[in-house]
Structures are given as structure tokens and as C-alpha cells.
Design a protein around this ligand. Sequence first.
Ligand code: BEZ
Length: 189
Amino acid sequence: MAFDTQAINKQRQNLADYDEIWLFGYGSLIYKVDFDYIASEYAYINGYARRFWQGSHDHRGTPESPGRVLTLTPVQGERCFGRAFKVNHEVFEQLDHREKNGYLRHEIPIHLSNNRIVNGLIYIASPDNAAYLGEASIEYIAKQIFNSSGPSGLNRDYVYELEAALKEHDEVDEHVFQIKSLLKSLEKS
Ligand code: BEZ
């Protein structure tokens, strides 16, 4: 996949302008973090839903057989649970590189504990990026995930770990839960 968002992301926000920077994670960052952070708390954003609509040619799939990973799509009235991290701006060097396959940084209000709302950053892969796979039936998505793996491991493990993390926090996400159930059925067949 030739498209690389690293250079674009560097132009999108001047990270030096922020007094403090909060990053919102809605996928693997809920259960696995591989960067240093100053503070972290569970949080939510409004108006977006998780969807396995982004292609992964570099982590959970290959260029020949892309996997599917999460992005967010706007859905009115939706609340998306996740984890917020207060970070130094150096962290974005690492994250821009990791998420270079189509994700752009956006500003978003993040709802932290004690009714605090901060203007933070989030990575979203929108329909105009070259790696975008888009909407499909959950059966199609589950089958593609079941058959995919890449340098970061089996695509299905991403779903299992996320589902377990959401359940641990009593969070319901039918898109994730239905795909997880279909994957478990495929394991048995
Ligand atoms: C995450 O929340 O794990 C995440 C999702 C998409 C891009 C970057 C991070």
C-alpha cells in the first residue's frame, strides 16, 4: 500500500501549541500500550462508532491479503468508550509511523472522569484513504478477519483481546461482539 499518512499528519496540528496533549484510543490501546505516558484514564467520545472497515496491509494482514482493523464512523447519538492518555508530543513520532497506513490525526473532545472535557487527538481512517475497505456484512468481515494475519499476529486475536477488554469494563459494542461470536463459530467449523 503506497499511501503513507506520516508527512500529512505532521502538518495537521502543531503539537508544540498544546499545553497538554491527550490521545484517545478506541482499539488496541484499550488493552495494550507500548509508549510512555504521563497519565491515563478510561474515557469516551460522542458521535462515533467503532467499525472494522479499515484494511491492514502491514500489521494484521499483508498487501496480498489485507486484514481488517478498526476505524470510527460518525453515528449520531453514539458514545464510544476508550482510554485516554496524557502524553508528550514525542509519542506521535512513534504513533504516526505505526498508523501510517491511512490514519489521520483529528482533534476531538474527550470526556474524562469528573466531567472534565479536553480537546484531544484521535487517529481516524476515513473512506478516502487508499487502505480503506469499508462497510460489509458482519459475516464477510468475520471471514476476512479469520483468514488474515500479519507481522503483528492473527487478525482474530485483535478482536478477541478488544472484546475481552470491553467486557471487563461492562461496555457493550454489538459490532465487535457479533464479529467475535462469528469468529468463534468459524474456529469450530
Ligand atoms: C487504538 O485505539 O488503538 C487506535 C486505533 C486506530 C489508530 C490508532 C490507535
